[in-house]
Design a protein around this ligand. Sequence first.
Ligand SMILES: NC(=O)c1ccc[n+]([C@@H]2O[C@H](COP(=O)([O-])OP(=O)(O)OC[C@H]3O[C@@H](n4cnc5c(N)ncnc54)[C@H](O)[C@@H]3O)[C@@H](O)[C@H]2O)c1
Ligand SMILES: [Zn+2]
Length: 364
Amino acid sequence: MFTRHVNVTNNNSGYDVKVGRGLFENIGVEISNLNFKSHVLTPDGLKFAVITDSNVGELYLETCIKSLREYGDAAAVIFNAGEASKNINTFGQILEGLAANKLTRGDLIIALGGGVVGDMAGFAAGCYMRGIKFIQVPTSLLAAVDSSVGGKTAIDLTAGKNLAGLFYQPELVLCDIDLLKSLPEIEMQCGMAEALKTGILRGDDLFKFFENGNARENLDEVIALCVDYKAGVVERDEREQGERKLLNLGHTIGHAIELCSNYEIKHGLAIAQGMKIINKIAFRLGLSSQETFNRIDKALNNFNFDFNLNFKAEELFNAILADKKRKGDVITLVLPVEIGACELKDVNINALPALLELGLMREE
Ligand SMILES: NC(=O)c1ccc[n+]([C@@H]2O[C@H](COP(=O)([O-])OP(=O)(O)OC[C@H]3O[C@@H](n4cnc5c(N)ncnc54)[C@H](O)[C@@H]3O)[C@@H](O)[C@H]2O)c1
Ligand SMILES: [Zn+2]
């Protein structure tokens, strides 16, 4: 098992991310080892609320509840799987569900699922009774390598994605890689795109698996290296004032592609496409070498993704303009200038159309 402690100010002593196999069926034991186990000894026992979605609940809820019940009462709050549920209505239902199960401040929420569950359960934990403790049990690869670590929580609003939320850190992240066995292939690929993003940011020790096309065969190590990288970034920049923005590599253009496709194109494919384009931009601006460009491009081509999406620079530009999170006229791009040394660059939005043209231009 790999354990990475994350030191954050948002949570007194920080928390562990545990990555391994066979951890999930003993989730109760893992929780009883946390430093607030005194609650287990109170006459009422600790109460747990497992928040999960319909797909993951079907597969794993029973095992989870069984293990938890050895330590206290356990209830479940389940919502329909999918990004479409990540809204204020479902969020309200989750809070009502917690209250109906009489959860109190000394109790614990378990976010069992992918990034959608993690983001919503984390937000609910941060709001319910002004904050109760929670743990993340990521079940998708994307959640394992990215969203379960770092304390960003959110729901989507009509005006855009992730527009309401908190920075709220978990007490523990329990990542059991065996849970990924049931993950649909397309979700696996999307998670791999985020892991490749981390590889480009982190450097050769992780990137090599994507370059050699053997990331799947080395899944445990890939996840551990991603978690370790993300934990480091979060420790240095918990609230995304600077370095944490690097994690947006491929995302400015990726989000625009998602929007242009009316969210028919999955996030992982969209950011893979975003990385393709930004890699070209960095190279054509003379910021990266031919070798760096080729290595990243080859790693992206190892995916079974269709990279021939026919969006025009103007469409992508308009989608970027519509991004509600944009600050004024400046947008921060993450440029892959070197593997293991990406750079943030603030550009005026007026400069973007030309950059997008550069990134979309085909080889002569
Ligand atoms: N908080 C952060 O730092 C952060 C970072 C990146 C992404 N996100 C958010 O994460 C979300 C995307 O996460 P996601 O890709 O995990 O989506 P998701 O949670 O919707 O999971 C994808 C699909 O896989 C299913 N699934 C999950 N685990 C499974 C398993 N083990 N077996 C079978 N099916 C399983 C889910 O039910 C769902 O249908 C987005 O909302 C995004 O905004 C958050
Ligand atoms: Zn992403």
